[in-house]
Design a protein around this ligand. Sequence first.
Ligand SMILES: Cc1ncc(COP(=O)(O)O)c(C=O)c1O
Length: 430
Amino acid sequence: MRLEKYQNVQDGRLKHAGHDYLELAETYGTPLYIFDEASFRERVKGYQQAMETPYFETEVLYASKALLTKAIARLISELGIGQDVVSAGEIFTGIHNGVNPEKMYFHGNNKLNQEIRYAIENNVGTIVIDNRMEVERVNQIAGEVGKKQRVLLRLNPGVEAHTHEYIMTANLDSKFGESVFDEAIDTVIQRLATAENLNFAGFHSHIGSQIFEEASFYKAATELLTFSAAVQNKLGIKIEEINFGGGFGVYYTETDQPFNVVDFLPNFIEHVHAEAVKLEINLKKVTIEPGRSLVNASGSTLYEIGDLKHTAGGKDYAFIDGSMNDNIRPALYQAKYEAMVVNKAEFPAEKTYTIAGKACESGDKIIENIELPELTTGDLLLVNGTGAYNYSMASNYNRIPRPAMIHVIEDKHYLTVKRESFEEMMMREI
Ligand SMILES: Cc1ncc(COP(=O)(O)O)c(C=O)c1O
């Protein structure tokens, strides 16, 4: 397993910022989500600095669908980044933990009327409108609330990034946004710009997730700016802001070769500026909204090995006390992970295992065919790169309680999510 900066092997064991994983397991139990706060802070600050430019205002938003807890919301608020939200629940969590709603961008196809009303009443800064029907709904609700709501329109620029089909959002049949190739697109934009209760500021696009080609982002930027210029010239509507979405790829296994986002961003900003100047667009603001690349490498999950099974077909299973309930990504997207036996950190890898969860699904395998030292029941297995889309997608399938989460900040660690109890699983049931 590739180690993160905060991990090292000491006395034959893997440690997190000097903390022994065995002690963390004893203190908090397993399965356990572990989140490294220092590396998250460092990444956020790195992105913010890399976006700084004299050309226009820039803002880094955090796509909170990747991981949102009260503690993460407090960090967002403390670090002063915006929050990309996709539901009233995410807005609620942000607001109740100090995030400035003015810095929120509310996304999502089929936002419910009550969610739109909740957002407007609670001063959410920008609503990213998904489609022409939503234009009317947001306009009407803003009128009822008595506010002029700032909005962007989500565009589908038709740029295909090479990624898994389920996380590719800008192909022509995507459910997200209005296509730049749609015959009625001018009418939709005209309506947005003239709707009495809307303040139309510009466009948004998100071309997909886990993208490894910088070229895809440059291409999408050029497409969006070219389209913006056409809108300005044809319809006389000014485009002040473009939000380029998230999607920067991250490392899960050796086959992933992500680019360095901090190196990429200044070049990307130069590209956006140069294109905007060429096309005579007076951009006032540029935003990005990464999720995975900000949190993923800060998160890992600690499991205990239970039974071991050698099948008649010759496969060696090692069962963990977690499951697809705490990490659905392998079952959902065939996602791959690396792992390490923290108490056998210096033992040679000598056997191929499939790491399977305890849920009642054959597809509940966290890692297929990983080379590990000979395992014994009670060993502790750490899976890295679980910060994004693990806890946020966790479920209670099979009535398995969701794990606890801790944050590690240098010499301290503290609980941020309590392990779910059986009573809590029944709490809403009558
Ligand atoms: C609109 C939008 N913005 C941002 C993101 C965050 O993407 P990522 O976590 O890959 O950076 C997503 C992910 O689905 C999205 O749909």
